[in-house]
Write a protein that binds this ligand. Structure first.
Ligand SMILES: [Fe+2]
Length: 462
């Protein structure tokens, strides 16, 4: 049987979990600007125990937060699990009990119990640090100790890992998918959290079909819900086929509504089958909505509906335009860039507003497996692109922007990124001048061990 044993790719290399919770002072080379004061929080899946599902998916591991604390030119690091109810019950049992996407494979003792893993994004809003995972409510953690504080029950259910914070109003705008009694349903929610942290709105509606709605777009006055054909089906899962699968014949839809409107007013635009994990940003201009998104021809990392392996294609930045005054519901699309990438980010002070600058983790080597070996900056006003390529084998996480000061111009600040040094099997925090990525990092903080590949991070000044 030995010849049949395959190592799950999400349990190998730098995808593999680490099992220690540590506190390190980091050795710094170069100079961390003294004004750079606060913390970069990063989060990713880190299964506490050997998964039950032989087809374990990267997305379902327990969340682990990695905090990089910067002050006075010094750096320290702390990592802790998000101790969700799932983490606690499995910790007590000493083994995994939940099986991830397919509830049919979970231990019967946890049927119907909370399976949240709080592993996808970590957001700082209204003075709270919240670990987010799209099938559950936000999970609060202490920003300094990283101790788990528990779910924010006021959200009333499932909340995306990709809320948008309006820099003008301080509101956090969000949605949920798969909402309702039946797992993998087409039910969705639209919600708003005020600047003081109180949940002020939650409305439910039905999407054209059930899909994995990983992210969405928000502008000054509108919200956009992308329903793209990475479909969810309980019926399919119950017959042993994938819970989530690529079904291009369903086509792509994007629902557009005003932020202050009722969900009954959603207008569904459409385009050909494609997938987007992450938009860069969206804004309003001349009666139109412009959304710059990292677009895949085929959803990567997921199988076809018949269970056959999917294609791992790469994403590139495209511009979608929605003509709100026009009669056509077709989305106009044009390419913005010719470099494969993922994890696009803007300066958070222009999120929902017109942006000039974008940064992303780039894949000049066409690895096509969410393994990016470079950091790119795109100036959409001049069309110029700067790239910093890492040493061979090294891979980067999402670049996260930090403004030089509250009043600095868009893009004036730093880019932070955690990179894996393949030769040493160790990680570094890199700090770049955001508008001069190509000159390389101005500071490097060395972590004495590796930080597993993760999803998202955000900066908090305090
Ligand atoms: Fe994401």
């Amino acid at each position: 049987m030995d010849g049949d044993v395959r190592i799950n790719p999400y349990l190998a290399g730098n995808f593999a979990p680490i099992r220690s919770e540590d506190d390190f002072d980091l050795e710094v080379t170069g100079e961390i600007p003294p004004e750079l004061r606060g913390a970069l929080f990063r989060i990713g899946p880190n299964p506490q125990f050997e998964p039950r599902d032989p087809n374990h998916h990267w997305f379902v591991g327990d969340g682990m937060v990695h905090g990089f604390y910067l002050a006075d030119g010094k750096a320290s690091y702390r990592n802790r699990y998000a101790r969700t109810p799932k983490w606690e019950v499995e910790h007590a049992a000493g083994r995994s009990l939940f099986a991830g996407f397919n509830p049919m494979l979970s231990d019967p003792s946890v049927a119907g119990k909370d399976s949240g893993v709080a592993n996808t994004n970590i957001v700082w809003h209204a003075g709270r640090l919240m670990a987010l995972e799209e099938a559950h409510a936000p999970f609060e953690m202490d920003p300094r100790t990283l101790e788990s504080r528990g779910y924010r029950e006021a959200y009333g259910g499932r909340v995306t890992a990709h809320p948008k914070i309006d820099p003008t109003t301080g509101e956090m705008v969000w949605f949920g998918y798969g909402v309702g009694e039946t797992p993998l349903s087409a039910g969705m929610s639209y919600g708003v959290t005020a600047a003081d942290g109180s949940v002020t709105q939650r409305q439910d509606f039905q999407a054209p079909y059930s899909s994995m709605v990983h992210d969405f777009m928000v502008t000054e006055n509108h919200v956009l819900f992308p329903i793209l054909p990475l479909t969810g089906s309980l019926q399919r899962a119950m017959t042993g086929l994938p819970a989530f699968a690529w079904e291009p014949q369903k086509g792509s839809f994007v629902g557009v509504m005003r932020r202050d409107a009722d969900v009954s007013t959603i207008r569904w635009f459409n385009t050909e089958a494609c997938y987007v994990f992450h938009p860069l940003n969206a804004y309003e201009a001349d009666g139109k909505i412009v959304a710059d998104v990292m677009r895949y021809d085929v959803a990567p990392l997921f199988p076809n509906a018949d269970g056959s392996p999917g294609r791992n294609t790469a994403a590139r930045l495209v511009r979608w335009t929605f003509d709100l005054a026009g009669n056509s519901d077709a989305i106009h699309e044009e390419p913005l860039d010719d470099l494969d990438g993922e994890f696009p980010r803007v300066d958070p002070r222009v999120e929902t507003l017109r942006h000039r600058h974008g940064w992303y983790a780039a894949d000049p080597g066409h690895a096509q497996t969410i393994k990016q070996s470079a950091i790119a900056h795109l100036d959409l006003q001049t069309g110029k692109r700067q790239v910093h390529a890492l040493d061979a084998g090294d891979l980067t996480s999402e670049p996260v922007f930090v403004p030089r000061s509250a009043g600095a111009a868009e893009g004036d600040g730093w880019i932070t990124a955690v990179v894996w040094r393949a030769a040493e099997d160790r990680s570094d925090l890199l700090i770049f001048e955001a508008l001069d990525i190509a000159k390389g990092p101005i500071a490097t903080a060395k972590v004495p061990r590796r930080v597993p590949f993760g999803f998202h991070g955000n900066w908090a000044s305090f």
